[in-house]
Design a protein around this ligand. Sequence first.
Ligand code: 4NP
Length: 156
Amino acid sequence: MIKVLFVCLGNICRSPMAQFVFQQMVDNAGLCDKFEIDSAGTEGYNEMAHEGIHYGTREILTQMKVPFSEHYSRRIRKEDYNKFNYIIAMDESNVEDIQALIGKDKDGKISMLLDYTKTPRKIKDPWYTGNFDETYWDVVDGCQSFLEFLKKQGKV
Ligand code: 4NP
């Protein structure tokens, strides 16, 4: 089982988008029983408010026919580091915040989603840009490239 945790700041825009886009790709490839996919945020305040997926993310997932279930924001926990094989952040500040919470990346599990693409870069936060389309296409690029990476590594 390959366990993948997508991580952003609030766990309401980018990481749930990546979670459900990657889940759809894995399902379409007939690989769903090989993966456990989840998402989390580096901030805890939404968890307290029991915050669901942002409407902008819901809207683009619906438009692009990506199935999604309800997901409530949660903060990444120390034990997530042991549980998951890949902890995939959206930008550099997520990586710094994850390391501040869970300590040193001793097993080299932490990466950024667009590191797997030909043009490594951060995924801009649509909470600030308002551009959920741009985020969606970045997420698709990253998820496709990550799945290709796993295939090349012989993991799937
Ligand atoms: P996300 O976006 O990290 O992609 O989920 C954000 C969501 C909420 C906030 C910031 C970023 N916030 O400040 O509440």
